[in-house]
Structures are given as structure tokens and as C-alpha cells.
Design a protein around this ligand. Sequence first.
Ligand SMILES: C[S@@+](CC[C@H](N)C(=O)[O-])C[C@H]1O[C@@H](n2cnc3c(N)ncnc32)[C@H](O)[C@@H]1O
Length: 795
Amino acid sequence: MERLKSAVPVDLRRAVGEGTTRDLPSTTSLLLSFLDGLPLFHQVISELTDPELALCRKDKERAVELKGQGNACFSRREFEQALGFYSQALRHLPISSDGTDEILLATLYVNRASTMHKLGLLEECLRDCDRAISVSPNYAKAWYRRGMVNASLKNYSSSMHDLEVALSMEVTSSGKSNIEHELKLILLKHQNVNEVGRSSSDCNDAELPQTAEPCKVVLECVSTPNKGRGMTSPNDISPASLIHVEDPLAAIILKSRRDTHCHYCFNEAPADAVFCPLCTIPVYCSKKCQVQAVGGISWNQDTCLRSKSNGVDLGKLSLTSTRRKDPNSKQIAEHRHECGGAHWAAVLPADIVLAGRVMAQYIDRKMLTGKSSAISGPNLDLIHHYDIDSPTSKLESHIYAIVLLLCLQKYYSSDLSWEEETLSELVLLICQVKVNSIAIVRMKSMDEGQRLTENKGNSAAGDAVMCSVEQVRVAQAIYMSGSLFNHSCRPNVHTYFHSRTLFLRSTEYIESGSSIELSYGPQAGEMDLLARQQSLQENYKFSCRCSSCSELHLSDLVIDSFCCPQKTCLGAISELTYYRSKENCVHVSLKESDVCKLSLPHASEVDEDTEKVGKLLFRNDVDLKIDPGYCMSCRSQLDLASAIATSDRAASRINRFKELTVIDEVSEVPVTDALRSLEQIKKLRHPYSKALAQAEDMVAEAFAKIGDQEQARKHCEASIEILEKLYHPKHIAIAHELTKLVSIELSLGDMASSRATFLRAEEIFSLYYGPDVQRILPYVDALKRTVTGRFIRAP
Ligand SMILES: C[S@@+](CC[C@H](N)C(=O)[O-])C[C@H]1O[C@@H](n2cnc3c(N)ncnc32)[C@H](O)[C@@H]1O
């Protein structure tokens, strides 16, 4: 792309960069004729669409080599590594029309199944056995392995059936006697034990029924004074109400999650992941997700040609298309449009692929209606900021629009013709995607939370099972109605996802007619003003005008601040300049450049804390200026540079202490050192600052790990107290911290406190997730079972 961009002559680049929306028809057609005459451009398109040139093409030799490496690891009992090699072999193995590779495919499934059996991944093993049997029904080893794993799962009748089938197929006498021996053992077990009866299914929880909870809130899209359109409701909305549920128009996995998460439902991929039949990029958690993303595969014997190399000319494969289905069909088969063995989406940025997916759907639907007119852009009713985009970004959107259209044309071949405006519309679609796409996130329960879930709540007093969670971005998606909600750094609705479905829930009482706003990422209490503004500008191209960014709030004064050297003063010392102007506003700037302008609350509405932290700001002196390093309450001065350096060094020593506890290498020295570092941070950082909350939290986690639960409790409580100043008391960040405290109290055997703390956390979780807590945060449910004492410690 860089080479293409730099090949564009200066005058054309200028015309594109300086052009507005109205100039798009001329700038796109000028660029198209330039690129058409450029050999480099045709080379790029071939690389993106020709299966013979694609980097992601399947390769049987590579698959065989990987299988060999897997076998070598298996015989050395290096099962984790063997699993990785077998999965990679499956990823690279081409599919064939004449069945020549079926045995290789079935062998790979059985080898991976055997490895997973060794690793105790029984359900995964069973699913791979099913796959091997469906590929090659006469493969004795597949039946044998399924018989063995069914026995491990205590499905004795199924196990005996499978082993009997294996016995009937086995040709060697040693093999037969081995199976007979196993059959006898299983018969004995079957007579003594009640059957549990489980079955495998090649599906994932993306297919579980959606919540039965009705979504009764009426939403209206209205015009707002300074944020364009926005959402509101004609009715009052009570807290924890389900406001909106929506499936995406299109979605794409992030590059960083490509190998770890399913490319369709975006859940973490299991050990028995399946792959795209045509290219080596996508990973799916189940056959079901694979089919939804790729469409079914069938063979067109007339057009299927042998290629020069070992496989088949994948370009000639035909995919059973969802294309001729009902125009309202929800099935998108979005990867199908991009993959004929050359997965162009693997190379292009996420925004561009999303635009391509939206366009492909639009084309499909248009073709279904039978109209043979040329294709135009989908013309979505979404905002874009093309006119204020940078010249570089405009040029990129132009080039990508042309590349996209040619890639799509390759897929649709002769079925697709377009009008002159189509390219302009595609440029705007790319800009709409940039402004409106939403990040799909998952709550990842770290380390011990996972153990708690796996134990189904069997952890009990004595075990320090800490639940910490991290929000991870896994995908990017376009939700048509979801895109109409504006951002607030202090949102009144919470966004979460199940599979690829978006859920919005009110976290507070919302009066009829008030704005309903979610957070695009940055939140007050979590990030300072500057970071929030920068992030929104960078990612969404707007200066935030939400209430948190237009009024002075305590959390922004304290979040990154230092404390006043005067012991009795609660005043905050910041790195920013605060300048009070005539209109009762405070201008906040960093190194002379304005961050934002905040209106001051009326003196009668200022709470005690805010008043103490920034006393000077509430005096009536106009032209008051508080420079970096000066107390906002009494003007005492602090050597800011040295305070920052000392506090950062202390924080990294605490971090090191926490890391040492993970690898069990803690001696008396690091403990004392960590406590001394915490004292240093306390002396320098403001008592309500985020740095101090984080330090307390790290120390709490470290003490919990080394078994000093009294210390852990003290520091965890201190961290919660600060979070309550930074956020409002019912913020989800506090609920997560409370669950850590529950774990600590459980470890101390203080059941009464753990129950009370859990109730506080549960109240917040229900506000944010309603009845969905269980499926979004399974460890919270496990923790509940522990604190309510419904489960006792496993023997
Ligand atoms: C996803 S759209 C939201 C709907 C949009 N207001 C519309 O009219 O279609 C995002 C755009 O809305 C505007 N917007 C959303 N939240 C805002 C905020 N807090 N401050 C200023 N503008 C905002 C910005 O123009 C932003 O690029």
C-alpha cells in the first residue's frame, strides 16, 4: 500500500487530499485511470486475489511436514507441542475433490484427538473423533479413539459400541486383541458404575438461545445541539433495563486475535479449532461457525482442474452459495466473499475489510432481487467525517476503495458491473466505517478466576483464589442502530457482547427525553481528560463534548495528581495548567496547548471533597492561573519532575514484587521493599489518585498470592476506597475490585464479610449485566456458589 501511495504523482495526491465530498466523482475517476496504467497496481490486485500467488494458500507438503513434527513430539510425550503441530497441519491441508487426502485428514484428526485425550481435553477429543469418522467412516483408529474417550467420559454403552465397530474393521491380530482387552475392561466398569451419558456436538455457545429477557424500551433518534443525532426515549428508563439488542451488519476479527479467537463468533478458540477449507487464515471454534462464515463447500467436477502443484486449483472450487437465498436471510458468509484460496482480507486493514463485507452483502441482496442494474454503493444512513479527514487518510480511502471494488469484482466475476459514482460511495462507506465501527470486547478472567470457574465454585476458605478480569478487544463491527448512540465519558448505559450480538443496558435511572449515551472506550475515572480527548480524536475524529468533558469533576482533578507538601492540605497538584476565565470556566492546557474548557459547578453544588482538592478554583478571582506543580488549594509548590520519577520507580518496584509472587520467589526483602515503595507513593501521590489505587491493588494481589491475607485485605480495601472517589460508587470497576476482596475474605475464613462484600458486588454486576451476568462473567456465579456455601470443598 505504501508503494502504491508513493507512486501517485504530487498533483493528483494534492487534488485528492484537498478535495471535499463534492469532488469525489472526479478524484476517484482520476485516480482509477492513473492506477489502471500502473503495473504495480495490477500486481497488488493479483497478489490479493490469485490463489496461486497468495501467501495464505494451502500446502499439502507443509501439512505432511507438520504432521511429522507432531508425531515426533507425541512420541517424546510433549503433548502441548504435538497439539500445536497437528492443528497447524490441519490448517495447511488442502481439501481435495477425489478423496485422496481423506485418510490424511482423518489421521490428523485422530492424532490430534489422541493428544487431547492425553491432555485431558475429553470433549475436544470426542469432537475430533466425530470429525475423523465423518471424513473416513471405515477408519478403525477413529472408532477406537472415540471408544476410548467415551470410556473416559463414562459413556460406557457408546464406548462399547465404538470399540465393537473398531474391532470389526481392525485387520491386524495385535490390534484386535488390544481392542478386545479394552472392551473387557469397559464392560467391567459399565457393570459397576452408573452411566453419565454425555454427547459431543460440533457447536459452541454462540448457538445457545439468546436471553429470554424482553427489550421493552422505546428508542428515538433525535437531533442534539452539539453531537449530531443521538438516542433518547419518550419514557423513563429504570436502572438495569435492557435497552437494545442487535446483530452486526458486518464484523471482523482483530489481527492480534486471529490465532486465538473464532473468526465468526469471536469466542476463544478451543484446542480442537477447525479451519477455513480454502485458505490458511481463519480459525473457527466449530464447524457451525465455519459454515456461517464460509458457506458450505461443494465440488464442481466440471470445472475442478488439477493445478501445477500438489493440490487442486482452488480458484475453480465452487462454494454452495447462500447467494440465492432469501434476501432477508441473516446468514452472511462474509469470509466467502473474500476467499477463493486467496484471502485478501488478511492483508487489508480491519476498517477496509468491514467496508468490503458491507458492500458484498449489499451486492448479494441486490442480485437476489433480480435487478440487473449496475451496482452502486450501499448508501448507509451513517455519519462520516470525510471533509475533515487528513489528506493522507483521504488518499488511502481512495486507493482502498479501488482495491476493494476490484477484489469484489474478482469474486462476482461477470455478475458485477458498477456505475461511476460507485467508487465515491465506497470511499464514503470506508469513512462511515471508520467513525461508526464498534469494538467487540470480551471479559477475560485472568489466572485464578479461571480456576474458580473450572472448579465450579468448589474453592473454599484457605485457598486464595483471586478473580481479576481484563477487557480484551477481539473484533470490530458495524451495528446500524448501535451507531446512533453518542459517546459519554460517564455513560448511562453499559455495552457488552455475547458472541457477536451487542447488548445495551441502563446503569442508572434515565429520565424520558434525556440522552442515552454509551462509552466508545474512554471513561472518566479510568483515563484523565487529556488521554480521553486524544483517544476520541484519534479513533473517532471528534472533540468530546460530553458532560464529563465540559464540567469540572473531582476525578479529573485527582486522577493523575500529586499531594500537597502541606500535611493538612488535601489540595491536588497537577501536570496541567488550570486557568480560570471570566465566563466562570476553567481552561485546562498542557504545555500551552488547550485540552478543554470546563464549566465550574455552582459553589452551592460543590461537594466537600472537590472543594478541598481545588479550593482556589472556586474563589471568585478572575484570571486565576494554577501552574503545573502548584497546589490547587494553597499554592504550595512541589518539585514535580522529581516526584514523578520517584513515584514511577516505586510503582515499578511494586510491580516487580507482584511478578515475583507469581513465580513463588518472594523473600522477606522484596516484601519490605514493596511496603516501603507503597509508603513512598502515598507520600507523593494524591490520596485519591489512580496511581495509588493501582499500587494498593498490586500489593493486595501480591500478598494474597503469598498467603498473607490480612495484609491483602487491608490493601484491597484501600484500593476500593480510592476507586469510590474516582468513579461513582456503583461503577463496574468497583464490582471487579470487590470480587477480589471476596476471595481474600473467603481465604481468611471470614464468611460473613465475604457474603456482605459479594452482595455489594452482585448489586453492581446486576446493574451492568442484568440476568446475563452468568454467561458473560461465569466466575461471578462460581464465586456466588462458594460464598453462599452451596458447595463444599471437593474431597
Ligand atoms: C457513532 S456516531 C454517533 C451518531 C452521530 N451523532 C450521528 O449523527 O449519526 C459518532 C459521531 O457522533 C458525534 N459524537 C458522538 N459522541 C460525541 C461527543 N461526546 N461529543 C461530540 N461529538 C460526539 C461525533 O461526530 C462522532 O464522530
